[in-house]
Design a protein around this ligand. Structure first.
Ligand SMILES: [Zn+2]
Length: 473
């Protein structure tokens, strides 16, 4: 066995992880505090779209499903759902900017009375008969929701979209800051969108055109509510990632660490706008307690990722090739600083090469042999010479080990153990594997050496039993 194989043996078979739909715990939680403003009698409205816990829960569940389906790294995370008494002056307040801003100012000046949180988006739901109003960054910490927000299935997600800097698809004359959402108008039908953008009615458009129409018509941030609003475009995803990551210190319950193999920028901080280019860089920087967010792509890593690390993929599936290096020893002892080691190891290399050449030449000669007996004779002779070279190599390693120190010595002792094992000398294999286990400071190497020592001992015991038949026979 070549010394290089020490390294190969220490690298476990690559584990290929394909990350698609994120699992239950794999996400970056966006903290949302839900407060229901009660009337002067301590009641919620008896009717409405958001007057029961069940309705509010359903909005959250739908919003989480949408984020999962578009492969966002975020999940809306409800930190609390509480009834709020004592501020009934806001019970019927319409969801408009004036009321929202007054409520926010009052809440910030009296956080206890309003259960105001500085580490979440404060969503106040009341008995108003209007829709809902969010607040764009930088004061994106409040949403006032009345009972009749039309966005479905999750008006809460639509409003959080605004908090995370998303505009309506119809805003700004078709320019919502995203080039991948085509022109839209809040009153347009699906055919109107198709005609105005592509000059065809929807049914007559190409599949690619229809998809662009659907991306707007079924968009979370549109006003088209005849069908479920389930979609976000890649640009919209980028905008919420940029904003959410920017607000990470107060808004996110876990810190995302972004990795994007396609990133070409200069600065790599693990931020959405300055991601690491390689998974290894993210691992090296430390991931404890954080969420690793891989932009759709293929990644490799050579050091172990803790099983406790949360990993999500963003936009589309990602793949990780994980080779786990458990321990390492030198494999270039022919360059050792110790002359005796250097000489002996070079001699080992020559003996190994000679052993290989003997077998190769014998196989060629055997092909030209006249008889089966002659062929067997050639191969047996070669096998004997090969064994001699192997024995010579072991002798050279025994010479080298006398002069070697540190990791070089352990590498040679491990090599001796392996060569004794492979030549059937299990007694010496046990002895050297045990020496390695006792000598190394590397925990995984010790485990491995003890395992090998035990295996060799078992084979030694089996051989001795064969040699000495049991008394019952
Ligand atoms: Zn809106």
């Amino acid at each position: 066995m070549k010394l290089q194989q020490i390294y190969a043996r220490s690298v476990l078979l690559a584990i290929v992880l394909v990350l698609a739909a994120a699992t239950a715990h794999a996400y970056v939680p966006v903290r949302i505090s839900i407060k229901f403003i009660l009337d002067a009698n301590g009641n919620r409205p008896a009717t409405g779209n958001l007057n029961t816990d069940a309705e509010i829960n359903a909005e959250f569940d739908a919003g989480i499903d949408i984020l999962r389906n578009v492969l966002s790294e975020f999940r809306i995370y409800r930190t609390e759902l509480v009834d709020l008494s004592g501020v009934s002056q806001y019970y019927s307040a319409a969801a408009n900017s004036t009321n929202r801003d007054n409520l926010r100012a009052d809440a910030i000046s009296n956080p206890t009375a309003y259960l105001w949180r500085t580490n979440a988006i404060n969503v106040y739901i009341n008995g108003g008969t209007s829709s809902a109003i969010s607040k764009f960054p930088p004061d994106n910490d409040i949403i006032l929701m009345n009972q009749w927000c039309g966005n479905t299935p999750s008006c809460i997600l639509h409003e959080i979209g605004h908090s995370l800097n998303l505009l309506h698809t119809h805003e700004g004359g078709g320019a919502d800051g995203c080039a991948d959402t085509i022109s839209d108008n809040s009153s347009w039908t699906r055919d109107d969108i198709a005609l105005n953008n592509f000059g065809c009615v929807y049914a007559a458009c190409t599949a690619a055109q229809q998809d662009k129409v659907d991306l707007v018509f079924n968009n979370v941030m549109s006003y088209h509510i005849s069908e479920p609003q389930l979609r976000l475009s890649p640009c919209q995803m980028d905008r919420i990632s940029t904003q959410g990551d920017s607000d990470r210190s107060w808004l996110l319950a876990k810190t995302p660490v972004y990795v994007n193999s396609g990133y070409t920028g200069l600065f790599q901080f693990g931020r959405f706008t300055a991601p690491y280019k390689t998974l290894q860089a993210a691992v090296d920087a430390g991931l404890a307690g954080k969420v690793l967010v891989l932009q759709n792509g293929y990644y490799t890593v050579s050091t172990a990722i803790s099983d406790n690390t949360t990993i999500v993929t963003r936009s589309a599936p990602s793949t990780i090739d994980r080779g786990v290096l458990l321990y390492s020893l030198p494999v270039d002892l022919e360059k050792s600083a110790v002359p005796e080691v250097r000489r002996a190891v070079k001699a080992v290399q020559l003996e190994d090469k000679a052993a290989r050449q003997v077998i190769k030449a014998a196989k060629q000669a055997a092909e030209g042999a006249a008889t089966a007996a002659e062929r067997a004779s050639i191969l047996a002779d070669a096998e004997a010479r090969k064994k001699q070279h192997e024995a010579n190599a072991i002798q050279q390693l025994l010479n080298a080990v006398k002069f070697a120190g540190g990791k070089e010595k352990i590498a040679i002792q491990l090599e001796l153990a392996q060569r004794y094992r492979d030549s059937g000398n299990y007694a010496e294999a046990v002895r050297f594997f045990s020496i390695v286990a006792d000598s190394t400071k590397q925990e995984h190497l010790r485990e491995r050496a003890l395992y090998e020592a035990n295996r060799a001992q078992e084979r030694l015991d089996a051989l001795q039993q064969q040699a000495a038949p049991s008394e019952q026979e």
